[in-house]
Design a binder for this molecule. Structure first.
Ligand code: GDP
Length: 511
């Protein structure tokens, strides 16, 4: 079986994702952040403005790939690839797309807050793809809600079976440790900081109220079932504290033991299995260089099948002719930056000058097209106005580039010259303006647009033409030249769909 576990952490801001990530990496060995890999070879100061947004707002705009390893008792190793999803309140398409590249996820919940809006949204994305979830209820070193309350909320709100795997012995000031329900051992806090430093004891006699809780829990919740978990119907639940290091080792064990190895991926003409010999993969993210003087980018490719070797020739679906991948970046646990080889489930960073786009398939024989990396109908639409009208050409180039990268979507109306950008989260707009200035020397402002959302149109040429005759004002083309209906409201979409049964109005576009 494959030794790769490729996963992401989903959570609402402040639940403790960053803290947990650090602890996972510390326990697991060496650390590589995508940004750091690049920054080491070049001057660290050479960071463009959009990275500054990140610093100012204390959020991470870019996704990174982190890899760590753990030795098995038999001497083999398991490699964990942790893909970071941007952790801010705004939703960006990056987040969705990153989730298309993982095989499982850890859902972090704050014990005092329970399920919060962002947790839920991200969970829904996972559910769409049947991504199995391990739940970590964090911050039990602080006063939180009752365990049953939290477990029932996960079960009810997410319509999932929950199987408690550990139990906090007291919470907050009364916290005396985390009980592993399978082994009956308790991890104990030590020292002034009340951290877990490795002290594990047999449970012995539990406080009566905890013993009672446990009896109720065992009667009330199903036992862990691997198949139900892998099918996305059940989530094992761990209580812990990322800050104080409780439950972190248990999570690593759980991913190693339960989380699925690399899964087959949906493609035109059927799924591609990780066992297939030829190398295939898809680009789920493109990150611009930190240095605005250099236009090169890194495309993040998830390897789906085959063994990738440095120097290999792969054909991107968007290009049609092969490119040689000479200096791939592999985010290895060991101090090895340039990849010699990579396995299904691994992520490779491929430096390029804009040839690779989000959603591209790369393959040895150019005979595979992965599906399932959608564009999402934008929820925010803005008109782009130039401060200097002579820069139209530069603006068009920039909008095309940035939409290829997946930073924004762009719509060119059939009538009029006012280009419209669409995003899923507000933050993408800030990134757009700052990158237009830093990289393209284009000063632009964003103005309100009469449109509220957009739908990709599909239908026969005749049906499209009939529709266009009446709705030219509301028609646009996207970056690929595909027709889009620009809608004033959700009601507008429903109305037009009803009047035009021969057309489909799609909220996503597969690339
Ligand atoms: P993120 O926004 O989800 O990445 O959350 P962070 O990891 O940045 O954590 C948010 C805040 O919660 C920080 O102040 C952390 O120190 C704190 N925090 C994280 N985990 C724990 C925990 O287990 N116990 C307590 N008491 N605080 C925690």
């Amino acid at each position: 079986m494959s030794s790769r576990r490729t996963f992401a952490i989903i959570s609402h801001p402040d639940a403790g994702k960053t803290t947990l990530t650090e602890k996972l990496l510390l326990q697991g060995g060496a650390i590589h952040l995508a940004g750091e890999v690049k920054a080491r070879g070049q001057a660290r100061r050479a960071r463009s403005d959009w990275m500054k947004i990140e610093q100012q707002r204390g959020i991470s705009v870019t996704s990174s790939v982190m890899t760590f390893e753990r030795a098995n008792p038999d001497g083999s190793t398991i490699t964990f690839n942790l893909l970071d999803t941007p952790g801010h309140e705004d939703f960006s398409e990056d987040t969705y797309r990153t989730l298309t590249a993982v095989d499982s996820a850890i859902m972090v919940i704050d014990a005092a807050k329970g399920i919060e809006p962002q947790t839920r949204k991200l969970f829904e994305v996972c559910r769409l793809r049947s991504v199995p979830i391990i739940t970590f209820i964090n911050k039990v070193d602080r006063e939180g809600r009752a365990c049953f309350d939290l477990l029932d909320e996960v079960a009810d709100v997410l319509a999932l079976d929950v199987a408690p795997m550990s139990w906090p012995v007291g919470m907050g000031g009364l916290f005396q440790g985390a009980l592993d329900l399978a082994t009956g051992k308790i991890s104990r806090p030590e020292g002034d900081s009340r951290e877990f430093l490795g002290k594990v004891e047999d449970a012995g006699a539990l406080p009566p109220e905890v013993a009672e809780e446990l009896e109720l829990a065992q009667a009330g919740y199903p036992e862990f079932d691997l198949e139900a978990y892998r099918g996305g119907d059940l989530t094992p639940v761990y209580f812990g504290s990322a800050l104080k290091n409780f439950g972190v080792a248990a999570l690593i064990e759980a991913i190693a033991a339960f989380a699925p190895p690399p899964r087959p991926q949906p493609a035109d003409g059927g799924e591609i299995s990780p066992d297939r010999d030829e190398v295939t993969g898809f680009v789920f993210k493109v990150q611009a260089n930190m240095d605005p003087q250099h236009r090169d980018r890194i495309a993040f490719m998830r390897l789906v099948s085959g063994t990738f070797k440095r120097g290999m020739k792969l054909t991107p679906s968007g290009l049609g002719k092969p490119i040689a991948v000479h200096s791939p970046i592999l985010f290895f646990a060991q101090d090895r930056e340039i990849a010699d080889s990579a396995e299904p489930g691994d992520i490779i960073g491929i430096p390029n000058h804009g040839t690779l786009r989000v959603g591209d398939t790369l393959s040895e024989r150019n005979d595979v097209r992965f599906t399932g990396l959608p564009n999402f109908a934008p929820e925010i639409l803005r008109r782009v106005a130039l401060k200097d009208p002579t820069k139209t050409k530069q603006l068009r180039k920039a909008l095309d580039d940035l939409s290829e990268e997946g930073v924004i979507q762009v719509f060119y109306p059939e009538i009029g010259s006012q280009w419209i950008v669409g995003v899923v989260g507000q933050l993408q707009l800030e990134v757009l303006i700052s990158r237009l200035e830093a990289e393209y020397k284009v000063e632009a402002v964003l103005e309100g647009s009469p449109f509220d959302t957009a739908r990709w149109l599909k239908g026969s040429d005749q049906a499209l033409k009939d529709f266009a005759d009446f709705n030219k004002m509301n028609l646009a083309r996207d970056r690929d030249g595909d027709p889009v209906f620009m809608a004033r409201s959700a009601w507008d979409v429903g109305y037009q769909q009803e009047r035009n049964p021969d057309l489909t109005f799609s909220a996503t576009k597969e690339r």
